[in-house]
Design a protein. Structure first.
Length: 238
């Protein structure tokens, strides 16, 4: 069962074709990584699939909803974590959770139960009364992840979720990504870390708005004669 699909999606900004005729599909519980240099089109593609940008051409579905006609509905049925974490800086961790829980349409009882569960799993309990502005970068990202999965979405989009983090914080985020996918959530994420690409079930390599290659990490090893992702990534980046 595909929870994400795109059919010839395109998006242009002026003379720049950010996404050019992209088609793809992602199955339930799959972790798919979008890999590519800056400007390859990864973020634009994610935003179209999330219903945040209207495509100039093509079509697609996410969690059973059409991205062209049901973009507002999609945003209530997915989790989304952007490169620039959207936290309310002057609110505490608990207040941020409550605010976003209400946006998701959850009542006080639901918010309280879900927050109790997540703060233990994500080790946020010791930070619950701290302002978001005071949090270390790793804790900020973990809070942003908690917000993205708080309403238990069937589909999760992560736009460079570990960017700028130390190796331990990156590892902790990946533990939670695996845990979420194991529970049946479909995950699509962008990354510029080559080592993280190996954690994905499948990779989509983008270049100049198009899909250049697609397959498992092992597939990339095979088609490059053992040189792997590094060979493909730096070929397109130079």
């Amino acid at each position: 069962m595909n929870l994400i699909s795109a059919d010839k999606l395109s998006k242009r900004f002026g003379s720049l074709k950010a996404v050019d005729n992209v088609s793809l599909s992602v199955k339930k519980g799959e972790i798919v990584g979008l890999l590519g240099a800056n400007g390859a089109g990864k973020t634009t593609l994610i935003k179209m699939l999330c219903g945040m940008l209207r495509p100039d051409g093509g079509d697609g579905q996410v969690a059973g909803f059409n991205i062209n006609s049901e973009g507002n509905t999609i945003r209530h049925h997915i989790g989304y974590m952007s490169q620039s974490v959207s936290l309310l800086e002057n609110m505490s961790v608990t207040e941020n959770i409550g605010f976003y829980g209400r946006i998701y349409g959850m009542d006080h009882r639901q918010i309280s139960a879900r927050w109790k569960e997540l703060r233990e799993i994500l080790q946020l309990g010791n930070h619950r009364n701290k302002l978001a502005a005071e949090l270390p970068s790793g804790v900020r990202q973990m809070l942003a992840f908690a917000i993205a999965v708080f309403h238990e979405p069937r589909t999760l989009f992560l736009d460079e979720p570990t960017s700028g983090l130390d190796p331990l914080s990156r590892f902790e985020i990946w533990q939670q990504i695996y845990r979420t996918a194991y529970q049946g959530t479909t995950v699509m994420m962008s990354t510029h870390y080559l080592d993280e690409a190996w954690y994905c079930d499948r990779l989509i390599l983008m270049e100049n708005g198009r899909i250049k290659a697609e397959g498992s990490p092992e597939y990339f090893e095979e088609i490059t004669g053992g040189r792997g992702l590094k060979e493909l990534f730096f070929t397109q980046a130079t």
